[in-house]
Design a protein around this ligand. Structure first.
Ligand SMILES: N[C@@H](CCC(=O)N[C@@H](CS)C(=O)NCC(=O)O)C(=O)O
Length: 216
């Protein structure tokens, strides 16, 4: 029995499939060759049915023996401590990985998520558009100069940044060829493909269960 358990929802509608953030943890485990199991909390009642594990009623959260960790970024850094495939062990490489991991969350996702959320709520040209354009412009410049963000090789920082940048609304914002190539490079990795396929299969199996329940 594996010591790592990734917790996610038992089912979600089509829209978020392939993007639910348990994928970040699955992807990291696949990259690092860490065994893990996936367990679920019910989609119905998710706002309050697991507040002891995730205080905002969200997924994912990670269990490692008796340790429980919420926030996908924290989960990724926890996994990165287990494998130098995710984060180099030399001080410089580690510092670079940490800074870009935080940048993905706090300089890019902090803008992109509210931007696309307003967009899908009908506010197409919302007040965050210029700000996001600036941030994505900086990423485009950086990614046109280097293949990966830290330590001259793929790290958990790339996993997170690519996951933030691969959201379809963000991907289709403007013409950013270096960013597009980066997202393609990251998501072409065998570990991403496996994690993605497994998440899709997980929700498809849930569809079948639901259909069976509906027909009984
Ligand atoms: N900052 C959190 C965000 C988690 C998050 O947005 N989770 C989504 C799924 S990807 C969720 O649980 N949505 C359901 C909800 O908010 O009710 C993290 O990175 O773990």
């Amino acid at each position: 029995m594996s010591e790592l358990t990734i917790w996610t929802l038992d089912w979600v509608p089509q829209g978020p499939r392939g993007f639910v953030r348990d994928l970040r943890l699955r992807w990291a485990c696949e990259e690092a060759g860490l065994d893990y199991t996936v367990r679920t909390i019910p989609f119905d009642g998710r706002e309050t049915n697991h507040l002891e594990q995730q205080p905002f009623g969200q997924v994912p959260f990670l269990k490692d023996k008796d340790l429980e960790i919420f926030e996908s970024g924290a989960g990724l850094l926890h996994l990165a401590r287990k494998s130098d495939k995710l984060m180099p062990r030399d001080p410089e490489g580690e510092a670079e990985t940490l800074q870009w991991t935080i940048a993905a969350l706090n300089s890019i996702e902090m803008v992109t998520v509210p931007w696309w959320f307003l967009k899908i709520c009908g506010d197409e040209n919302n007040g965050l558009t210029e700000w996001m354009g600036q941030r994505l412009g900086h990423m485009e410049r950086i990614l046109s100069e280097q293949e990966w963000l830290a330590a001259k090789r793929f790290t958990v920082a790339d996993l997170l940044m690519a996951d933030v940048l691969r959201v379809s609304h963000v991907r289709s914002f403007g013409d950013r060829p270096a960013t597009e190539a980066y997202v393609t490079r990251a998501t072409s990795r065998a570990a991403f493909k496996k994690a993605h396929a497994d998440q899709i299969a997980h929700f498809e199996a849930a569809d079948r269960e639901r259909a069976k329940e509906g027909s009984n």
